[in-house]
Design a protein around this ligand. Structure first.
Ligand code: HEM
Length: 199
């Protein structure tokens, strides 16, 4: 390799294969979960009851209530197990210490005058913050699926309807965070950083 090619390949960001697999499975299963979740929602809207506002067919998956439930529970296994193995992976490899929000990022947000360092700290803040939202979606979903067995989950939120509202609100929250995360990725590393996560 000549020196300019070596320089070019050094400047290209690369990602660990497990992080790429996590991203692909997470995004694919999340889209299936959202489409089928909205199908279930439409059978009895969370806001306004059966006469409430319905989502248009374009966003739905499953055709009808039972079809939506089948898709939702099937995709749930991919979504939850993907998060589980990735959690084990970042814990065992100590990746969570290197790649996620740390005390140095919080300090940078408080005192740094360097806009690049601050953007990078925000970037790490946002992708770290998505993880607890995904866990909240699973936790509230579990409580709604088996409210008798997991009555303590229902109790934490006060009622089954409150649990349902929190579960529903995780959807726009995840979407907003994922959009901010994509824009920050673009800002700190350009399109080559985004490509590095997917290919
Ligand atoms: C809900 C959806 C998403 C979640 C939960 C998520 C989560 C994460 C997490 C946890 C990391 C750190 C990975 C690691 O280093 O092990 C990460 C990194 C990254 N994500 Fe996402 N992501 C999501 C969607 C997206 C989307 C839609 C894009 C791009 C369009 C994207 C682009 C990236 C990039 C480029 C990095 C690498 C950041 C860097 O190296 O500085 N992600 N994401």
């Amino acid at each position: 390799m000549d020196s300019s090619a070596a320089r070019k390949s050094r400047s290209q960001p690369t990602q660990a294969l497990p992080a790429k697999i996590f991203h692909w499975v997470n995004i694919t299963s999340l889209l299936l979960m959202i489409g089928s979740g909205l199908q279930i929602y439409n059978a009895n809207p969370v806001f306004g009851g059966r006469g409430g506002w319905h989502f248009p067919p374009f966003f739905l998956l499953g055709g009808w209530l039972a079809g939506g439930r089948h898709w939702h529970f099937a995709a749930m296994w991919f979504f939850a197990l993907n998060l589980l193995w990735y959690g084990v992976y970042i814990f065992i490899t100590r990746r969570w210490q290197r790649r996620f929000l740390g005390a140095n990022d919080i300090k940078a947000l408080q005192v740094s005058q360097n806009p690049k360092r601050r953007n990078y700290a925000w970037h790490r803040f946002v992708y770290t913050a998505i993880i607890p939202i995904l866990l909240l979606a699973i936790f509230t979903g579990l409580g709604m699926y088996k409210p008798a067995q997991f009555h303590w989950i229902v109790d934490i939120f006060g009622s089954w309807q409150a649990l349902r509202i929190v579960h529903f609100i995780t959807v726009p929250t995840v979407i907003i965070f994922a959009v901010i995360h994509s824009l920050l990725s673009l800002k700190v590393g350009g399109s080559c950083l985004i490509e590095s996560m997917f290919w």
